[in-house]
Design a protein around this ligand. Structure first.
Ligand code: HEM
Length: 266
C-alpha cells in the first residue's frame, strides 16, 4: 500500500515534468490531472494514465495509437491501425491527423447511449466512470469468470434502461457493432480468447481504476491479437445478445396452448 502510494507520487512527479514520460510502462501510472483530457473509453484513459499514450490525452496520432496498442496490449499492427482509422472522425477538423481523448466525448459520433459504465449524455456527464451505473451492469455479471452471455446481458440491461428512461435514446446498427466490439475488448486483452471468457476481478479493477491490472497478475497476451480473433469475439457476443433460446424438445414446450394462438392466424 505504502509502496504503491510512493510509486504513484513518483509517477505524478514524472508526469508533471514530462507529459510523455518515457512513452509509458506498466509500472508507471498517474491519473489525469485537471488540465489533461480524458474520455469515455476506459482503455484509452488507461493507456494515457500509464503514459503509453500522451499523458495529457492529446495528440493521438496514428503513430502514437499504434505504439500504445501494440506495446502495452499486444494488438497486431494492422488491428491497431484499423482502430485508429475508425476513430479519427472523432476530431471534427477536416483531414485531421490526430484526435484527443476529449474528442471522443462527442455524443453520437463514437460515444453512444447505454454505455455500461457511463451515464447517457441526456442525463449529464457521458465520459467519467459512473459507479452507480457500472454497478447495475455488474449485477448481470453473475460468475467469477465472465462469459459472452454475462457480458451481453449487462449490455442489453443498459440498453433497456436507456430505452425506457432516456427520451433521446439512440442506438443504431452501427452503434451495435461498436458496442459489441467494446464488450469483446476485455476478453481480448485480459481473457482467454479461444474460450471467450475473462476473470471478472481483472475487468472490474480495470474499469474502476483505469489502470492495467498488473498487480493482480495480468500480463499481455503472448501472441499479437489479430483481426480474426476480434471478429470471432464480436460474433459470439452478437449471438449471445439475443433473448431467444434454442428450441427445446420437451413435451411441455411442444404443446401449443392459447399463448401460441397468434402463430395460427392467417
Ligand atoms: C483507437 C482505439 C480506441 C478508441 C478510439 C476507443 C474509443 C472508445 C469510445 C469513443 C468509447 C465510448 C463508447 C460509449 O459511449 O460507451 C469506448 C468505449 C469502450 N472501450 Fe474503447 N476505444 C479504443 C480501444 C479500446 C481498447 C483496446 C479496449 C480494450 C479493453 C477498449 C475498451 C472499451 C470498453 C470496454 C468500452 C465500453 C465502456 C462503457 O460502455 O462504459 N477500447 N471506446
Amino acid at each position: 500500500m505504502k509502496l504503491s502510494a510512493i510509486s504513484t507520487t513518483l509517477a505524478a512527479t514524472l508526469v508533471s515534468a514530462n507529459p510523455n514520460y518515457g512513452r509509458g510502462s506498466l509500472d508507471e501510472w498517474a491519473p489525469g490531472g485537471p488540465d489533461d483530457f480524458r474520455g469515455p473509453c476506459p482503455m484509452m484513459n488507461t493507456l494515457a494514465n500509464h503514459g503509453f499514450l500522451p499523458h495529457d490525452g492529446g495528440n493521438i496520432t496514428l503513430e502514437n495509437a499504434v505504439y500504445a496498442l501494440t506495446t502495452a496490449l499486444n494488438f497486431n499492427e494492422s488491428v491497431a491501425t484499423l482502430m485508429w482509422q475508425q476513430a479519427i472522425i472523432a476530431n471534427p477538423e477536416p483531414n485531421a491527423t490526430f484526435f484527443t481523448l476529449d474528442n471522443l466525448n462527442r455524443h453520437n459520433v463514437l460515444e453512444h447511449d447505454a454505455s455500461i459504465s457511463r451515464s447517457d449524455a441526456f442525463f449529464g456527464n457521458n465520459h467519467v466512470l459512473n459507479q452507480t451505473i457500472f454497478d447495475t451492469t455488474t449485477a448481470f455479471w453473475t460468475g467469477d469468470i465472465l462469459d459472452v452471455t454475462m457480458l451481453a446481458n449487462g449490455k442489453m440491461a443498459r440498453q433497456l434502461a436507456s430505452k425506457a428512461f432516456n427520451p433521446n435514446y439512440t442506438f443504431t446498427s452501427t452503434t451495435e457493432a461498436f458496442s459489441l466490439g467494446e464488450m469483446g475488448a476485455p476478453i481480448l486483452i485480459f481473457g482467454d480468447i479461444p474460450a471467450g471468457t475473462v476473470n471478472k476481478t481483472l475487468v472490474t479493477y480495470f474499469f474502476e481504476n483505469e489502470r492495467l491490472p498488473v498487480e493482480l497478475g495480468w500480463t499481455k497476451q503472448a501472441s499479437p491479437i489479430n483481426l480474426d480473433q476480434v471478429s470471432a469475439t464480436s460474433a459470439s457476443l452478437s449471438k449471445a445478445a439475443s433473448l431467444l433460446t434454442n428450441s427445446t424438445t420437451s413435451a411441455a414446450a411442444r404443446h401449443r396452448d392459447l399463448h401460441a394462438g397468434f402463430m395460427f392466424e392467417s
